[in-house]
Each structure stands twice: as structure tokens, then as C-alpha cells.
Write a protein that binds this ligand. Structure first.
Ligand code: SAH
Ligand code: CA
Length: 238
């Protein structure tokens, strides 16, 4: 294991150690290029008591680039909330693109829906109000869905991330991308159990376990990148 190689110093460059540095990235590179409808959705969501659940704008920016890099046309979204990542995806895929968007709560989706409609991209969205696991299983019942998706963004209940992954390794094509959100869980993955605030303990354990499993999965190339709350970018290779 890498950490046994005691003589090799940590490759850390000590970056992203401050809120100010994060704000700098947002202010210089993210907000000036954030499409107007996304800005509006972010502002509408800011008043929601659970506003922090929304995808971070810097994560959104790289997700949009990934969607365009792989020419994603048919995508899956698990965990919609008010629709920041959903609208971002809808704005990044072509006119005839499709997003199968799954969330068990339609109410929060409806907060963002007027903005999605105004942006003229609602026709790309197939919203499924359901628990995600049975919804993915329903997709898999149709064999023509196997390898039919170019991209998936996963941002719902962390307890099921591995279960989602197993299904996505069938639904997303070889060469396609799956992005998992919140894989640094507020930085708690690198804290000791004692130093972890109570409200983060369960998520921390689940995230550590998921990160361990995905790092050992030969079906994907991965990059755990410190955008937002941490995103794990996977490319299916087999
Ligand atoms: N991607 C969203 C944030 C998602 S927050 C954005 O950019 O704003 C997580 C969402 O997952 C919530 O809306 C919640 O209703 C949904 N969720 C949680 N558990 C779920 C489950 N088991 N099945 C489907 N949706 C679930
Ligand atoms: Ca999230």
C-alpha cells in the first residue's frame, strides 16, 4: 500500500486550504460563465432549508464539460432536488438529448421547473417520481437499455451508491461516464471518527466504504476530484 512507502513525502501542494481560495475559484472562473438560468435556479434554491444539497457550481462546471467531451445525448440523473444539476445537464446536451431523472420527491423538482421551462429544455427531461433503485431496475428490465446511456450523475442517498453503481455498470455504455457527488463528505473522510461531527458520522462511513470499493473496481477509470463536496468521475472501461 502507498502509505507504507514512508520515505516518499506527501505529494500535497497544500492547495484549497481556505474558504477564500474556493471563493476565488467561484468568482473568477465559475460565476462569470454560469448560464443565466442556472444562476436563477441557484438563487431560487438558496432560500430552501436544504439549499446545501444542491450541486456546487464548480462541480457543475466540470460536469458540463464532461457531458460535452463525451457528446452525451442520453443520460441518467439520480437525485434531482430543485434541479441544478438537471438543468445544467439539459443545457449541455443536444436538442434531441434525453435525461432520465429520478427522485422520490417531486415537490422540490417543481421549485426549479418554471426556470427549466423558461430555459426551453423541459422536453429533454423524463422525470420519474420514484425510489431510485426500483426505477433503475425497471430500466434494466428492458434489454435495449443496456449500454444505452452515455452519462450518469448520481447524487441521492449515499447508502445505495454501490447498488446504483452495479446497475450503472450495465446501463452506461463502455466509454461512458458516471459521476458520483459528495465523495469527500465535507472532508470528513480524512478525519478521525472522534473529530467527525455527529451529523456527519454515518455519511462518512458510507463514503469511505464507497470510495474503497470504487478504487478497487477494474471496470472503471476513476478520478476523485475536490470540486464542491468531492466528485468521483468514473469512465466505464469494461
Ligand atoms: N443533484 C441535486 C441535489 C440532489 S439532493 C441538485 O443539483 O440540486 C438529493 C436528492 O435525492 C433529494 O432531492 C432526495 O429527494 C433524493 N433522494 C434521496 N434518496 C432517494 C432515493 N432513495 N431514491 C430517489 N431519490 C432519492
Ligand atoms: Ca450533492
Amino acid at each position: 500500500m502507498e502509505r507504507d512507502l514512508k520515505k516518499i513525502p506527501s505529494p500535497s501542494k497544500g492547495l484549497l486550504s481556505s474558504e477564500e481560495l474556493y471563493e476565488y475559484i467561484l468568482e473568477t472562473s465559475v460565476y462569470p460563465r454560469e448560464p443565466e438560468p442556472l444562476k436563477e435556479l441557484r438563487h431560487v434554491t438558496a432560500n430552501h432549508p436544504r439549499a446545501l444539497m444542491a450541486t456546487a457550481p464548480d462541480a457543475g462546471q466540470i460536469i458540463s464539460m464532461l457531458l460535452q467531451l463525451v457528446n452525451a445525448k442520453n443520460t441518467i440523473e439520480v437525485g434531482v432536488f430543485t434541479g441544478y444539476s438537471l438543468l445544467l445537464t439539459a443545457l449541455s446536451i443536444p436538442e434531441d438529448g434525453k435525461i432520465t431523472a429520478i427522485d422520490m420527491n417531486r415537490e422540490s423538482y417543481e421549485i426549479g421547473l418554471p426556470i427549466i421551462k423558461k430555459a426551453g429544455v423541459e422536453h429533454k427531461i423524463d422525470f420519474i417520481e420514484s425510489e431510485a433503485l426500483p426505477a433503475l431496475d425497471r430500466l434494466l428490465k428492458d434489454p435495449s437499455n443496456e449500454g444505452n446511456f452515455d452519462f450518469a450523475f448520481i447524487d441521492a442517498d449515499k447508502v445505495n451508491y454501490w447498488n446504483y453503481h452495479e446497475r450503472l455498470m450495465k446501463l452506461v455504455k463502455v466509454g461512458g461516464i458516471v459521476v458520483y457527488d459528495n465523495t469527500l463528505w465535507g472532508g470528513s473522510v480524512a478525519m478521525s471518527e472522534e473529530d467527525t461531527p455527529e451529523f456527519r458520522k454515518q455519511g462518512r462511513q458510507l463514503t469511505i466504504e464507497f470510495n474503497r470499493l470504487i478504487a478497487a473496481d477494474p471496470r472503471v477509470h476513476i478520478s476523485l476530484a475536490p470540486y464542491g463536496d468531492g466528485i468521483t468521475i468514473c469512465r466505464r472501461i469494461s
